[in-house]
Design a protein around this ligand. Structure first.
Ligand SMILES: Nc1ncnc2c1ncn2[C@@H]1O[C@H](COP(=O)(O)OP(=O)(O)O)[C@@H](O)[C@H]1O
Ligand SMILES: [Mg+2]
Length: 311
């Protein structure tokens, strides 16, 4: 029987288009589903809301002949590609085979944990806890500027980037615990790629850098998140500096073994001396746009990743 592979979100089990929340990149998601069908898998879209445990979902959407049908019945899935937010799914102790595994999701979710794991490759990161206690850790931050961010934040929300002595006017996100990071001054850019402030993202699957882009913050901002108005340009990985490539290689090899060949991205900034620092690791990688050159490289490595896990 065909192995059952499903991509899992956090939606309600209703309607006949489980991808209706994906707007611009929907054709890319559909292409992934089609490639999985071509590979001989039975393909599903899932929601963590119907997950019962041990691989069984109480209701799924089946993808067949390029169409979805909602099946309100218990369905056992062999491999789940998790695209749900937060860390409640997948559960830690469970027989479900899932990409990425729970431990890896926890690692990426927690920026202090990430720092403890990859040490010197990341901008120095220190626990703050309540934002109001930030002053206690400032002496350990050796740069003139400091970055204060929720330890488990996303989309650039609630982040302070600026001089140490101007933090007082900043309004932090309520109810969030914070970490402090040394500021990486990326204003010198990356030779041949970008002139000034940047984040260089490398997406890794099966230990291969499968696609890469640079994000540039809008004028006046130091945050390159798309949600903050950052612009994305695809980058040919061959043009990436060796200093970044060697970090990518080292971390890819380590994570491959330790975290069951995860799918992830590394966000880099080059400081003024040309040394690369990682800002964060993401375990939920944004898909490339349809017109990106390496779209299919990305999708085909995803399929190969799933295949490897089902052998
Ligand atoms: N230590 C740092 N030095 C310089 N810029 C940073 C640093 N940390 C974050 N940034 C900028 O802020 C953005 C958001 O920070 P990030 O850690 O990626 O949080 P989020 O999870 O909210 O995206 C980064 O993409 C980068 O542009
Ligand atoms: Mg980020």
């Amino acid at each position: 029987m065909a192995k059952r592979v499903g991509i899992c979100f956090s939606r309600d089990l209703t309607g006949t288009d489980p991808l209706s929340h994906i707007i611009a990149k929907k054709p890319v998601y559909l292409r992934l589903l089609d490639l999985l069908v071509e590979e001989g898998f039975a393909v599903f879209v899932l929601t963590r809301k119907t997950y019962l445990g041990n691989g069984v979902f109480d209701g799924v959407w089946e993808y067949q002949n390029k169409q979805f049908s909602l099946l309100r019945k218990k369905t056992k899935i062999d491999l789940v590609y998790d695209r749900s937010g937060g860390v409640v799914f997948p559960p830690g102790e469970d027989s479900l085979r899932v990409v990425n595994i729970h431990d890896f999701k926890i690692l990426c979710w927690d920026k202090l944990k990430t720092f403890q794991e990859i040490g010197p490759y990341m901008a120095k990161t220190i626990w703050v806890g309540d934002f109001k206690d930030y002053q206690k850790v400032l002496p350990e931050i050796k740069t003139d500027w400091v970055v204060l961010k929720p330890y488990n934040g996303l989309k650039g929300m609630g982040i302070y980037v600026g001089p140490k002595d101007e933090v007082a006017g900043f309004k932090p996100m309520e109810g969030k615990h914070y970490v402090a990071q040394e500021f990486v001054d990326t204003t010198k850019g990356i030779s041949g790629i970008t002139e000034s402030l940047h984040d260089l993202r490398v997406v890794i699957i099966n230990q291969k850098p499968v696609w890469c882009h640079v994000r540039v913050p809008p004028t006046g901002s130091f945050k390159a998140n798309v949600a903050e108005g950052g612009s994305i340009t695809e980058v040919n990985y061959n043009t990436v500096p060796e200093s970044i490539k060697s970090v990518v290689k080292e971390i890819s090899e380590r994570f491959y073994e330790k975290y069951d060949n995860p799918i992830f991205s590394l966000d880099f900034g080059l400081d003024k001396s040309g040394k690369p620092y990682i800002f964060e690791i993401n375990d939920q990688v944004g898909f490339p746009k349809w017109e990106m050159k390496n779209r299919d490289t990305f999708l085909k490595e995803l399929v190969a990743n799933f295949k490897g896990k089902l052998q």
